[in-house]
Design a protein around this ligand. Structure first.
Ligand SMILES: CC(C)(COP(=O)(O)OP(=O)(O)OC[C@H]1O[C@@H](n2cnc3c(N)ncnc32)[C@H](O)[C@@H]1OP(=O)(O)O)[C@@H](O)C(=O)NCCC(=O)NCCS
Length: 171
């Protein structure tokens, strides 16, 4: 991860089907970096298009997609329908300029609009940028899953974070 540079103007909007290839390209950079996900298989635009059944937002500047944020179900059980997991990925050359923060704020709004009451996140312990991002969005640290899965054959620990929304924040 690089040093902070000047912020870029960021407009976030709901993702459209024609954004799928750009989203896949950005996700595949994250996969290659081995810093954000246990996934190792690159995704196609067609696969990413299926994500759009969920809340997905993109950050755009002058027609270019700089990053995306998505909220995925955490369980098929109806009682957990309001617990969503976030993913935020910014293109390599756009990181550290406020894009992730803007996407995170757009996701919080999208989650409230979808009636969710909690967003969870699972972060690699070494991923300081993602830890800073969720902290600045008001997430709290729940704990650490030890040896949650293997990446390239090596056990990795995962930091679990959560943020309550709406009525769930009271009491
Ligand atoms: C993690 C990621 C989404 C953050 O987005 P970003 O646009 O780079 O971050 P921003 O510039 O919006 O900064 C958000 C916060 O993180 C902090 N931050 C950014 N880069 C950082 C770094 N390299 N180290 C430590 N903190 C960092 C910023 O200071 C800011 O904190 P603040 O609001 O308290 O000032 C982005 O770096 C990324 O896409 N990384 C690869 C994929 C990934 O790790 N995704 C997270 C898994 S869900």
């Amino acid at each position: 991860m690089g040093a902070r540079v000047d912020p870029v103007p960021v407009a976030c909007r709901p993702a459209r089907p024609e954004d799928a290839d750009a989203i896949a390209r950005i996700y595949n950079q994250g996969i290659e970096d081995r810093s954000a996900t246990f996934e190792t298989r690159p995704r196609s635009g067609a696969e990413v298009a299926e994500w759009l059944a969920n809340p997905v937002v993109v950050a755009e500047d002058a027609g270019a997609i700089l990053g995306y944020g998505a909220l995925f179900p955490t369980s098929a059980r109806p009682c957990y329908a309001g617990v969503l997991e976030l993913a935020v990925y910014v293109a390599r050359d756009g990181r550290g300029r406020g894009v992730g923060r803007a996407l995170g704020e757009a996701l919080l709004q999208a989650a409230e609009a979808a009636g969710a009451w909690k967003i969870v996140g699972k972060l690699f312990l070494e991923n300081h940028a993602s830890a800073s991002l969720v902290r600045s969005l008001g997430f709290r640290e729940v704990g650490v899953h030890r040896h949650h899965a293997r990446l390239d054959g090596a056990w990795r620990d995962v930091l679990l974070v959560e943020r309550l929304l709406g009525d769930a924040r009271e009491g």
